[in-house]
Design a protein around this ligand. Structure first.
Ligand SMILES: [Zn+2]
Length: 116
């Protein structure tokens, strides 16, 4: 009992988490601890890497955004085309049947048969 409290704890220079000094690396971020000078260097290195990573992530994000945007556009266009085709098909059928009805009426009136 109380053994845990006796352990020397150190603060991670990279992420600020407290962890057992007997550990070589921070269990939270995987960063090692070292003299201040090296820490500063590592910090700078880490900053550079983070900046690179963020740029990469930004690129990935915008690419995904663009991709999902274009996919949405394609779906929209396809839906519009389907609607257009279905609509014109319905219209064509309706006007066709309408035309046939007209022709029938004309034929019947020509024959002298009066229809309602
Ligand atoms: Zn850490």
């Amino acid at each position: 009992m109380g053994n845990k409290e006796a352990k020397k704890m150190i603060i991670c220079a990279t992420c600020g988490a407290e962890f057992d000094a007997s550990l070589v690396r921070c269990p939270y971020c995987g960063g090692g601890y070292a003299p201040a000078e090296e820490d500063e260097y590592m910090d700078r290195l880490d900053d550079n890497r983070k900046e690179l990573d963020s740029h990469k992530a930004d690129g990935d994000k915008s690419l995904k955004k663009q991709l999902s945007k274009s996919i949405g556009l394609v779906i929209l266009i396809i839906a519009a085309i389907i609607l257009l085709v279905a609509g014109s098909f319905c219209l064509a059928r309706r006007s066709e049947s309408h035309k046939a009805e007209q022709q029938k009426q004309e034929f019947l009136s020509n024959q002298g048969i009066v229809t309602d």
